[in-house]
Design a protein around this ligand. Structure first.
Ligand code: ZN
Length: 350
């Protein structure tokens, strides 16, 4: 829990200064794309504010020594996930949303006396998953916030939050770090977690296909995701050459995480468009597939490619939104659109 990521350095400086000056806002909005470490930041901040040792040395601590002690009872309770002054609110498994009942429980939690007499912390993650009633209930609470309470809202898509709620929070913006910083970090991280593979891993490629989100790149390297990505790409070739039909292909796709498949499809379509517009492959993010992507770009219609990109974007927004959708049907529509787009390739040897 004490992990500090190098691209968070300025944000920690900002938060520590506010904390020491007693100017920490009652609500923080940690906003940025997935894979930037927002949840780790929120957990570590909760740990720092609840650590009994840190609260005792508040005004003398410097950045290097601003670490949870990992010895006090608060730190121990946080490690086992059972601190009485911390409430974590996540979407319920049933509909993947945060309900108004959960916010009512949160309000009840805020009305209790704190167990340790320090901070009371409420972590809502991801905040955009609150339904409308939940968001409005939370807004009412933030209009008259309880004392010694910090609300930490983590959001991958802050634009989906109601504006009045956003305006009640201090924004911490987790923008994409400089590639030089993340490449060095990723290399050293994988040297520890995957020592036998490090020499084979192209960290620049991993970051490119992760939209420069370092923790997404780590997940790609440390899981079966790259194998799935290859299988997904192979299935596009099989669709294009008529060797598989869309229904069978989508039956395979639905075995995987939709939130992972769609960014890959979008990324490949964008790369094909880049090739079509420039006639070159050096600007592609998916350098490992450049030969096939270039070939697609030479043989499909640019206007139809943009239409496919629009359709993929729309499906992605629907899947990421708060309204329940039939994912299989949406994926089938994308697979069929891809078959139509690439129909002319059927006689080729792709
Ligand atoms: Zn401690």
């Amino acid at each position: 829990m004490s992990l500090q990521l190098p691209w968070h350095h300025l944000l920690w400086e900002q938060i520590k200064y506010c904390w020491q000056q007693n100017r920490l806002s009652h609500a923080l909005l940690l906003a940025g794309p997935p894979g930037m470490g927002k949840t780790l930041f929120a957990q570590r901040l909760a740990n720092l504010l609840l650590c009994e040792q840190q609260s005792g040395v508040k005004n003398s601590v410097d950045q290097v020594n601003w670490q949870p002690c990992e010895q006090c009872q608060s730190c121990h309770l946080l490690t086992v996930g059972n601190h009485p002054d911390l409430l974590s609110v996540h979407p319920s498994a049933a509909d993947k949303l945060i309900s108004v009942e959960q916010i009512r429980e949160l309000i009840q939690f805020c009305s209790l006396t704190t167990y340790y007499g320090h901070y009371r912390i409420v972590l809502i993650n991801p905040a955009e998953k609150m339904n409308r009633y939940a968001a409005n209930s939370l807004l009412k609470l933030l209009e008259e916030p309880p004392s010694q309470t910090l609300f930490i809202l983590v959001s991958h898509q802050p634009q989906q939050l109601i504006i009045t709620l956003r305006s009640r929070c201090q924004l911490l913006n987790f923008s994409r770090p400089h590639p030089q910083l993340t490449q060095a970090w990723l290399q050293s991280r994988l040297a520890i977690s995957q020592p036998t593979l490090t020499h084979q891993v192209d960290v620049a490629l991993l970051l490119n296909i992760s939209a420069q989100a370092p923790l997404v790149a780590v997940a790609l390297a440390e899981t079966e995701a790259m194998t799935q990505r290859q299988a997904l790409f192979n299935s596009l070739i099989q669709l294009a050459t008529g060797k598989m039909d869309p229904i069978k292909v989508v039956a395979q796709w639905t075995q995987w995480e939709t939130v992972q498949i769609l960014p890959w499809l979008l990324s490949w379509t964008r790369d094909i468009i880049r090739c079509a517009l420039t006639g070159q492959t050096q600007y592609l993010l998916n350098q490992d597939y450049k030969t096939n992507l270039f070939r697609f770009s030479q043989q499909v219609d640019l206007k139809n490619l943009f239409n496919l990109l629009d359709q993929q974007t729309e499906v992605y927004q629907l899947v990421m939104g708060n309204t329940p959708v039939k994912v299989t049907g949406l994926l089938e529509s994308l697979a069929i659109a891809w078959v139509k787009l690439t129909y002319s390739l059927r006689r080729s040897s792709l």
